[in-house]
Design a protein around this ligand. Structure first.
Ligand SMILES: *[C@@H]1O[C@H](CO)[C@@H](O)[C@H](O)[C@H]1NC(C)=O
Ligand SMILES: *[C@@H]1O[C@H](CO)[C@@H](O)[C@H](O)[C@H]1NC(C)=O
Ligand SMILES: *[C@@H]1O[C@H](CO)[C@@H](O)[C@H](O)[C@H]1NC(C)=O
Ligand SMILES: *[C@@H]1O[C@H](CO)[C@@H](O)[C@H](O)[C@H]1NC(C)=O
Ligand SMILES: *[C@@H]1O[C@H](CO)[C@@H](O)[C@H](O)[C@H]1NC(C)=O
Length: 801
């Protein structure tokens, strides 16, 4: 109870705060204005405003975020001062038109760096300073027409800026008024004694030894005479400036090495503008070793050091006073150079006790040298292990080991431990990856490659009871639609190999000029799929719509596969398998021509005709009618018919799912896809190894565990397809991760009965999901059961387009 009261109290407090905020803000909003959270508009001439409506920091904390200020018709507004816009740091658009605005301070927009659009038309501005606009990064120049601008030097910068600004609508016709009261185009003015400043520094680079003195002159041009400023802030060297008429002399006494590489700016400015020139310091000095530290075991062992010196010093190492000869296993590496400070390592790969001892680093250049010494201790000699664990030797706790031979054993122990560690890390990575893969597989990475390793469901020939061993497509695979489907030769269905390939197979060749591409339907792993018109394909029709699949890369073996697939496909004709019309091989790319199925893949179709359809509607479908039960049965029955045919041809599909079926007019459903499902529906697949993607949510236990794919495993998948149909295209086990799905299926759990699914149909699904493959319904049985169920509830096809 108490906590409820507390929450209620908090909620009330929240509302109270919001109300207070709005109230305070609207109190700040002047009578002639309307204020919202993002916009202030003051267009009412009476009573009018005298100053900008000023937000305070308190207002900013109340989520008020003004991006737009619009002020017009104000008779008492004369200036924009330093504070007017200070707190509107998100301001994008500022319009001040038809007011008495006479001056804008040079700091007015300092805090409005996001200002993009500035309209100052029809005010009383006679001069404007370039300084007002110097911090702004606007895409276009402020709009200024309708102001009594004077043709004076102070406004010359406007002409110069307009010349640079290609876009400005006022480029040509912005006018100013000369001393005799005549209006002139501002692009033509050239006031006397008025010139933009320029600067030159001499010398511009100084190369001198530390401690020396330097003098540099910054000379300026421009009119009126510009102000010259050297920026000597933060210099270590003592600096002195001596301004003269049109130049300024900088004197540096006793150059400090810390100023090496520094650039000193001389800036000159007058009312026309501003310019800069630079002096660069290159200070020569003897090396200093700033740091030399005890060895660290990073990826390799490293003795870290930091040296400085200009020119960059030569480095020489000594080990026990012997010159160290650097080679692949012991070498100096510079990791980072910041100016003249260099950070690096003496890197040692697998050092042993013989590398222990004193290391001396000597850094030299022509101005001198420096050296430092460090003691390094990598390993104890083999016969010298203490009883306690050595900090350098975490893997062994064994007491002293005998010398020589057994030092090898130490490495073995280390090695094994290392392997075990790497193994653990890999396991973690694999588990983690597997768990996340439901999300991680999205996108184009889900490409199936032809040279796949083990068990891609669509690319390998299975011998029926084992993992396919070869990565060759051989003669025993076929594609349905755009998907390669392997042929199975198991004991039950064994036939002479190549029996599918009648030697007289005649693949129809279609002339390229008979194919007119209309638009892209999608892009799959193998290439693009287009909607096209095909002429002279059938004797009774002049032209028909077809789906055209192009083969992306046509290597020699790719071409061979293409022709073999075309032959196999020509032999696979059934009313519930997508019709294959032929190929076009006149030139690249190679093309396969298929029947066009108007409504696309079945999964999408189901979703767009289910209870969630409104959420997914893309505005194109005017008929968002929910599928009826009898229509669902009609769909299921047609897929079953196609599967009966495939089984009779001794094909195992391996990837039967609604995403791989297509829907045409009058609820005609066929098996086949355009090879795009792995891209579009990548979360339906589980990646194993590098390339293999398994549709585990559609697979029976024996396929998951032993990669065994048979007509019986297709029956299991058909059961899942029924479930998909009766859930309007939900993903099976959508609430579970891939690893959880594998666990569920292999433990014998099955999908639950969908809410709108009749008991007879769910019984049929359960018949498909028997754990023992031989216990499952036969595909013919399923077909006739669905047929009789469908007859019992006739279909009213005319409901759907
Ligand atoms: C204010 O609005 C702008 C644009 O709508 C947005 O980019 C910015 O993050 C907002 N700032 C705050 C503090 O809400
Ligand atoms: C600029 O606006 C921010 C945010 O409103 C404010 O904190 C800051 O004080 C302003 N800076 C100046 C120079 O006024
Ligand atoms: C700023 O003004 C431009 C031009 O009038 C307009 O297109 C844009 O929508 C305005 N932006 C905002 C944030 O009001
Ligand atoms: C415009 O500003 C000038 C001073 O710069 C002033 O004399 C004149 O009265 C102003 N005009 C109007 C219409 O406010
Ligand atoms: C100015 O704006 C452009 C794009 O509008 C951007 O690329 C650039 O970084 C901006 N410069 C500064 C100094 O904000």
């Amino acid at each position: 109870m108490d906590s409820n009261v507390g929450e209620y109290g908090m909620a009330r407090l929240g509302i109270f705060m919001v109300l207070v905020g709005l109230w305070r803000f609207s109190a700040a909003c002047p009578a002639s204005c309307t204020c919202s959270i993002s916009r202030i508009a003051c267009i009412d001439p009476g009573p009018g405003i005298e100053d900008f409506p000023i937000l305070t920091l308190d207002d900013m904390e109340m989520d008020i975020n003004i991006t737009d200020i619009y002020i017009a018709n104000q008779n008492r507004l004369f200036d924009i001062n330093d504070n007017s816009l200070k707190y509107y740091s998100n301001l994008r658009n500022l319009t001040v038109i038809n007011t008495r605005l006479t001056s804008i301070s040079s700091q007015a927009f300092n805090n409005n760096t996001r200002l993009q659009y500035l309209n100052l038309r029809d005010n009383n501005l006679s001069t404007l300073s370039w300084r007002t606009f110097q911090n702004l990064n606007m895409t276009s120049f402020p709009l200024l027409s309708g102001n009594p601008l004077k043709c004076v030097c102070e406004n010359l910068w406007i002409k110069l800026r307009l010349q640079e600004d290609v876009e400005s609508p006022e480029k040509e016709d912005l006018k100013c008024i000369d001393e005799r009261g005549r209006r002139k185009s501002i692009s033509r003015i050239s006031p006397p004694d008025c010139e933009a400043p320029a600067a030159e520094v001499s010398p511009s680079i100084v190369t001198k030894k530390e401690g020396s003195d330097v003098a540099a002159v910054c000379s300026a041009t421009g009119s009126p005479a510009p102000e010259i400023m050297w920026n000597t802030e933060n210099l270590f060297t003592i600096a002195d400036t001596n301004p003269l008429d049109m130049e300024s002399i900088l004197t540096l006494s006793g150059l400090s090495p810390s100023d090496n590489g520094r650039v000193i700016t001389c800036s000159v400015e007058n009312i026309v503008g501003q310019s800069e020139a630079y002096l660069q310091l290159n200070i020569l000095f003897r090396p200093t070793i700033l740091e030399l530290l005890e060895p660290l075991n990073l990826h390799h062992w490293c003795i870290p050091f930091t040296v400085t010196g200009n020119p960059k010093p030569e480095l020489q190492w000594y080990h026990q006073d012997q010159k160290l000869h650097e080679q692949e296993y012991i070498k100096t590496e510079i990791h980072e150079s910041l100016g003249s400070v260099h950070h690096g390592c003496l890197q040692l790969v697998n050092p042993t006790h013989i590398h222990n001892g004193q290391y001396t680093l000597v850094a030299r250049n022509e101005y001198g040298e420096d050296s430092k010494v460090i003691d390094a201790h990598f390993l104890l000699p083999p016969n010298d292990y203490p009883d306690t664990e050595s900090p350098y030797y975490p893997f062994t706790t064994d007491p002293p080991l005998p010398p020589i031979d057994d030092s090898v054993a130490v490495y073995v122990v280390v090695g094994i431990a290392g392997v075990a560690l790497i193994g653990c890390v890999l396991m973690v990575i694999i588990l983690k990856y597997g768990r996340n893969s439901k999300f991680g597989m999205k996108g184009s990475s889900s490409v199936i490659s032809n040279d796949d390793d083990s068990a891609s469901p669509l690319h390998h020939v299975s011998n029926g009871n084992n993992t396919p061993s070869s990565s060759e497509m051989g003669h025993d695979a076929v594609i349905i639609g755009m998907t390669k489907i392997p042929v199975i030769e198991n004991l039950q269905y064994f036939r002479q190999s190549g029996s599918m390939l009648k030697s007289d197979t005649f693949v129809q060749h279609i002339k390229r000029h008979n194919i007119v591409l209309k638009r892209e339907l999608g892009e799959g792993a193998f290439g693009k799929v287009f909607l096209a018109e095909c002429y002279n394909l059938t004797p009774d029709q002049d032209k028909i719509l077809v789906a055209v699949k192009t083969l992306k890369e046509a290597s020699e073996s790719g071409r061979a596969d293409f022709h073999r697939e075309a032959e196999l496909l020509t032999n696979l004709q059934h009313e519930h398998i997508v019709t294959f019309y032929g190929v076009c091989v006149e030139s690249d790319p190679l093309i396969m021509v298929f029947e066009y199925m108007k409504h696309g893949d079945l999964n999408k179709f189901l979703r767009s005709h289910g209870p969630d359809a409104v959420l997914m509607a893309d505005g194109q479908h005017s008929l968002m009618v929910e599928l009826t039960q009898s229509q669902m049965l009609h769909i299921a029955q047609q897929i079953a018919a196609g599967m009966v045919y495939l089984a009779s041809q001794h094909f195992v599909h391996r990837d039967l799912a609604t995403r791989n079926c297509l829907v045409g007019e009058n609820l005609l459903v066929k098996i086949g896809d355009f090879g795009m499902s792995r891209d579009v529906y990548s979360t339906d697949y589980y990646r194993v190894g590098g390339h293999t993607m398994l549709p585990i949510r559609w697979m029976p236990p024996e396929s998951i565990m032993y990669r065994r794919f048979t007509t019986e495993s297709d029956v299991w998948s058909l059961g899942v397809v029924l479930w998909e149909i009766f859930t309007y295209g939900k993903q099976p086990w959508y609430q579970l991760s891939n690893n959880e799905v594998i666990e569920c299926i292999t433990q014998g759990r099955v999908l639950q009965r969908p809410r709108s699914c009749p008991k007879e149909v769910y019984d049929l699904m359960l018949g498909c999901w028997q754990r023992e493959p031989y216990m499952r319904h036969h595909i013919k049985e399923i077909y006739s059961l669905l047929q009789s169920l469908a007859k019992a509830s006739p279909v009213y096809l005319d409901i759907l387009g």
